[in-house]
Write a new protein. Structure first.
Ligand SMILES: Cc1cc2nc3c(=O)[nH]c(=O)nc-3n(C[C@H](O)[C@H](O)[C@H](O)COP(=O)(O)OP(=O)(O)OC[C@H]3O[C@@H](n4cnc5c(N)ncnc54)[C@H](O)[C@@H]3O)c2cc1C
Ligand code: FES
Length: 408
């Protein structure tokens, strides 16, 4: 075993590490308190709609001057301007629907149109298929109402009113812990703070209206600098600049906090975190937040990367594992290099979870990383391990350029 791998896995030998992983399900079995209101209200919007709603939908709601939208089951209602998406109008009315990419790629905002008609807007065909449209589903980040609407979607309860701000930031430092990863720290103006929930992200506001999303890796209590973990996307408009010409002290504009990928702190279910590559960033913020607030729920992190070098900050969860009884760290490499002499888990990160957990019905899962990983994790955890669909929370690292190309 090479020194880095040994540090990462602690002094434990391989069998001990493997058994620690297997202990997690046993240790985390417990009676789960009554589901919170959010969960009670929720249902599997997608399967329900696909399974039970007739293909021909009622389209009788007339178009009013400014379409009115009613959300079921909450009965919250709001108006929508002609040029607004359902999500934009809901946010303007201080109602929070689930969302991630806001450009029709990740599927987080998918919900049911119970009555009325929409223009589906530009989206990725695989994220909202024709069958799903026929079954009455829409992506609310792209859909614009053509009539008044009744929609069915889970509303996200928020922990207090957090304003979304546009702020100038200065790049304070740039580190390169792996060849294609930059850890960038941003400084806010002296009189400004960015309030956010662990797990949320910010958008860089670039020229020509372009935006690029990056998750905040620092927990809210440690907000002196905003830390981001950026993967270089070759050919990418923004990360080519970060990796090619940024030297530090650049002044940028950001908007945030954004997104609904944050801890559901009202639950006491054990939590499984699944990170792919820089998907570790928001999970780092969530875990640091949990440790700071002495959350005693059992937690396990599966962090997947190609090779050892790509686990660019593994000492952090490695240290947490030593310090916190209720936390286990399971690094998983898909293509370890011979020099890594990797004694740990190999393969796809979602598969490691499937191998360790026969039944996920009593868990919450927080997953972040490449869209393909999120999709397969959601599908298999819900489809084969009984994870309640509304206990799977994810941010999918979709590419902004693809949305721009669709006009999203
Ligand atoms: C909510 C959210 C949070 C995120 N958080 C993080 C994070 O913490 N860390 C992280 O590393 N990433 C994160 N991402 C992903 C990151 O925002 C994207 O990788 C981003 O697009 C990179 O910007 P870019 O300008 O470098 O690449 P882009 O310009 O968006 O290009 C991406 C890719 O698309 C290709 N491309 C260019 N034009 C087109 C076109 N017309 N059609 C198709 N493809 C094209 C490019 O060649 C490149 O390969 C997050 C994404 C989301 C949605
Ligand atoms: S938020 Fe609508 S598809 Fe991602």
């Amino acid at each position: 075993m090479c020194a880095k791998a040994r540090d990462l896995l602690g002094t434990a030998d391989e069998p001990a590490q493997a058994s620690a992983a297997r202990e997690v399900p046993r240790r985390t079995h417990r009676d789960v308190a009554a589901a919170d209101q959010e969960n009670a209200e929720h249902f599997d919007v997608w399967t329900r709609a696909l399974g039970s709603i007739p293909a021909t939908r009622s389209r009788h709601i007339p178009r009013s001057a400014m379409p009115r939208i009613i959300i079921k089951p909450s009965d919250h209602a709001f108006d929508c301007d002609a040029d607004q998406t359902v999500l934009e109008a809901a946010m303007k009315a201080d109602l929070i629907l689930p969302y991630g990419c806001r450009n029709g790629a990740c599927g987080s905002c998918k919900g049911e149109i119970v009555e009325g008609d929409v223009d589906y807007g530009p989206h990725q065909a695989s994220t909202l298929t024709d069958d799903e449209k026929r079954a009455g589903l829409a992506l609310f980040c792209c859909a614009k109402p053509k009539t008044d609407l009744v929609i069915r979607v889970r509303e996200v309860r928020r922990a207090g009113d957090i304003p979304v701000k546009r702020l100038p930031v200065r790049v304070e430092s740039i580190d390169r812990p792996a060849p294609d990863v930059a850890v960038v720290k941003l400084k806010l103006p002296a009189n400004e703070r960015l309030q956010y929930l662990a797990g949320q992200y910010v958008d860089f506001l670039l020229k020509d209206g372009k935006r690029r999303s990056f998750s905040i890796a620092t927990p809210p209590h440690d907000d002196a600098l905003i830390e981001l973990h950026m993967r270089h996307v070759p050919g990418g408009f923004f990360t080519d600049q970060v990796f090619g010409s940024w030297k530090g002290r650049e002044i940028m504009r950001i908007e945030g906090p954004l997104g609904t990928f944050f801890l559901r702190e009202e639950s006491d279910k054990p939590m499984i975190f699944v990170a792919g590559g820089t998907g570790f960033a928001p999970i780092k913020a969530m875990l640091a937040h949990c440790f700071h607030h002495e959350v005693d729920r059992p937690m396990v992190l599966y962090w997947g990367a190609r090779s050892l070098a790509d686990l660019y900050m593994a000492d952090v969860p490695g240290r947490w594992q030593q310090e916190h009884e209720n936390f286990t760290f399971i690094p998983v490499l898909s293509e370890p290099k011979p020099d890594d002499r990797w004694p740990g888990r190999t393969g796809f990160v979602h598969q490691a979870v499937l191998d360790d957990f026969g039944d996920l019905s009593g868990y919450q899962v927080y997953a972040c990383g490449a869209p393909a990983m999120i999709d397969v994790a959601r599908g298999t955890f819900v489809g084969t391990r009984g994870l309640p669909p509304d206990e799977f929370f994810a941010d999918s690292f979709t590419y902004a350029a693809e949305g721009e190309a669709r006009g999203g």
